[in-house]
Each structure stands twice: as structure tokens, then as C-alpha cells.
Ligand binder design. Structure first.
Ligand code: TMP
Length: 203
């Protein structure tokens, strides 16, 4: 595997991505690496406004929703990710384009070829070196969510099962770039598994 500089964490609701992205960023920072830690949707001024709409907006159609995610991604790639990578920094992102394929594609049933086309338009073919899938069943993931539920967390169980299956399919189709980790393992154990893979590529 070549050098890793763009790392993405993915997974269904309640998989613990946010904790894991922070843990990896802290570990790399302690070793002196310059890390940009960001998330989707969001990570820019406009992206954060769009995030509120997709998560909490009422009456947003699924088509609108898709384009809000893509708009947020375009801003993030061009204003944050690309500039950071060009400076030699490591970017760690909590969700990226695989979320669109998993949620809008496998979950909502939108055409995957169409999604690939519009996604390539906003990312300019730009893609992560490593994608860590924190895999959890819909049942266990949703059980971890007890606070106020957003648009996606309120979706029916079957939707979340389809999202999970979508993620697993993508990971199986591209094992060089994806690693699947059991999200029900203790947090520290997950950190160590991810660290082993990242360390390998950093030398
Ligand atoms: P979260 O990152 O805080 O979990 O919230 C983002 C929600 O948006 C999550 O339910 C997944 C969903 N999502 C999509 O449906 N498509 C996308 O392209 C992205 C980035 C997120």
C-alpha cells in the first residue's frame, strides 16, 4: 500500500466514527504530523449551514437532499481537503462520498451510475487513500442513539439495513482501500486496529 494522506471513516448510525476520527488525529498529532480533521456534511461555513438542512430540515425532498450533500462536498474538497493535501498535511474526514452511495444509493435507491457521475463532477475524481468502515448492525447502532433523532436516524429499520449492506458491498469490491472493523469492539481496541494499518503506510 502506498503512502496514506487522505483517510475517511464511514459507517451507519451509532458506529462511533466521531470518537475514532478524533482518536486517530490525536495520535498522529502527538507524533508531529500536521492533521486536518474535518467532517461531512459540513467542514466549511456553507457546508455547516447545509448540514443543518439535511439533518434537521423539514420537507426537504430526497433530490434536494442529494444536491445539498454534493454542494457541501464540493466546498470541502476545494476549500479544505485539496489545499491541505497540497501542503503535505494529512486529512482525516468523518464521512465522504461513500456516504452518498450508501445512503442515497443503497438506502434511498437512487441510481448508482447517476450518483457516480454527479459525485465525480464535485470531487473531480478526488478520492480517499484509506476508508475505515466501522461496521455495526442497524439494530445495535440505532440502540446507541437516544437523544433527539435527525432525519436519517428516524428512517425505518430496513433503510439502515440497506445502508449497511451497501457499505459492506463497497468494501468487498475494493479491499485495497477499505478496511472493515467491528464497531462493537471496545473503543481502544478499534483505535489499535486502525492504527496498525495507518502506521504500516506511514513507515
Ligand atoms: P452524521 O455524520 O452526524 O452521522 O450525520 C450525517 C447524516 O447524513 C448521516 O445520517 C448520514 C447522512 N449522509 C448522507 O445521507 N449522504 C451523504 O452523502 C453524507 C455525507 C451523509
Amino acid at each position: 500500500m502506498g503512502k496514506i494522506s487522505f483517510i475517511v471513516f464511514e459507517g451507519g448510525e451509532g458506529c462511533g466514527k466521531t470518537t475514532q476520527t478524533k482518536a486517530l488525529a490525536d495520535r498522529l498529532r502527538r507524533l508531529g504530523f500536521h492533521i486536518v480533521l474535518t467532517h461531512e456534511p459540513g467542514g466549511t461555513l456553507l457546508g455547516n449551514k447545509l448540514r443543518r438542512w439535511v439533518k434537521w430540515g423539514r420537507g426537504v425532498t430526497t433530490q434536494t437532499e442529494l444536491f445539498l450533500f454534493l454542494s457541501s462536498r464540493s466546498q470541502l474538497v476545494n476549500r479544505v481537503i485539496r489545499p491541505a493535501l497540497e501542503k503535505g498535511q494529512i486529512v482525516i474526514c468523518d464521512r465522504f462520498d461513500a456516504s452518498t452511495f450508501a445512503y442515497q444509493g443503497y438506502g434511498r435507491g437512487m441510481d448508482l451510475d447517476f450518483l457516480r457521475m454527479v459525485n465525480t463532477f464535485v470531487t473531480d475524481g478526488f478520492s480517499p487513500d484509506l476508508i475505515v468502515l466501522l461496521d455495526i448492525s442497524a439494530e445495535q447502532g440505532l440502540a446507541r442513539k437516544k437523544m433527539k433523532l435527525d432525519v436519517f436516524e428516524r428512517e425505518e429499520f430496513l433503510f439502515h439495513q440497506k445502508v449497511r449492506e451497501g457499505y459492506l458491498k463497497m468494501a468487498a469490491a475494493d479491499p485495497e482501500r477499505w478496511m472493515v472493523v467491528d464497531a462493537t469492539l471496545p473503543e481502544v481496541k478499534i483505535q489499535d486496529i486502525v492504527w496498525e494499518r495507518v502506521q504500516e503506510s506511514l513507515g
